[in-house]
Design a protein around this ligand. Structure first.
Ligand code: CTP
Ligand code: MG
Length: 238
């Protein structure tokens, strides 16, 4: 199938706290966004990558990908300005896809160490007939629901066996993802917060989201401390 990817890199990285956008921060010498793009391309599945960039950083993000990543032949990369929320950024990326892609991957530059194999498994699962497919890992901590007191009081302990921590890339039949984002944008007009992942928009349409095994190395880099952990995964062969 024709596969395109929206690679989100338009966040500012507030919790990371660097002077440049988080996607430009180097991991073992290369910007996060370049490593993420290279791993999408290394799957051999992706023919177009649109990167969402913060306003004022479009050229810099483009240069970081072109000089920092070996994308091989046949992968077209372009950059668009992101939006105010991650959801708005993905919508902008989707709108700018030129290919008539049948499958769209949505991936965060903040998860640079996803394996090409996971990308292949995601695409294969969509091809096998699932409209939406996400990688997820079991939750390790005990999770409790608390009330809004100060300090809060534990209300109940959630059954951890039924919980998963969700990662990216998330893979979709292209028409389903477009429909989910259109409905999501219409809802966002009267809701304060956007949904935090694309699969959530598909769930809101009442469609099933298929879950496959994720990878520890596909962890999200949120803080400086996470960058050190990602470096450890790299050294261990991720
Ligand atoms: N993102 C985006 N557009 C936004 C906000 C986020 O494209 N308006 C992207 C980020 O660049 C990142 C991914 O969404 O690749 C996940 O977001 P997160 O890890 O929260 O990154 P930031 O929003 O940059 O970090 P912070 O929340 O700490 O500011
Ligand atoms: Mg954020």
């Amino acid at each position: 199938p024709r596969v395109a990817a929206v690679l989100t890199a338009a966040g500012s990285g507030t919790r990371f706290g660097s002077a440049v956008p988080k996607a430009l921060v180097p991991l073992a010498g290369r910007p996060l966004v370049a490593i993420a793009a290279e791993r999408l391309a290394a799957s051999g599945q992706v023919s177009e990558i649109v990167v969402t960039a913060p306003a004022g950083y479009l050229d810099e993000i483009h240069a970081a990908v072109l000089s920092g990543a070996d994308l091989g032949p046949g992968v077209r990369v372009h950059v668009v300005a992101g939006g105010i929320s991650r959801q708005a950024s993905v919508a902008a990326g989707l709108a700018s896809l030129t290919s008539t892609a049948q499958v769209v991957l949505v991936h965060d530059a903040a998860r640079p160490l996803v394996s090409p194999t996971l990308v292949q498994r995601l695409v294969a699962t969509v091809v096998a007939g699932h409209d939406a497919v996400i990688p997820a890992v079991p939750v390790i901590d005990t999770i409790k629901e608390v009330d809004d007191g100060d300090p809060p009081v534990a209300v109940r302990t959630v059954d951890r066996a039924a919980l998963r921590a969700v990662q990216t890339p998330q893979a979709f039949r292209a028409d389903v993802l477009r429909r989910a984002h259109e409905a999501g944008a219409a809802r966002a007009a009267d809701e304060a917060t956007a949904v935090s992942d694309d699969a959530g928009l598909v769930e809101a349409l009442g469609l099933p989201v298929h879950v496959i095994a994720g990878e520890q190395a596909a962890m999200k880099v949120t803080t400086l401390h996470d960058l050190a952990i990602a470096e450890l995964y790299l050294r261990e062969g991720a």
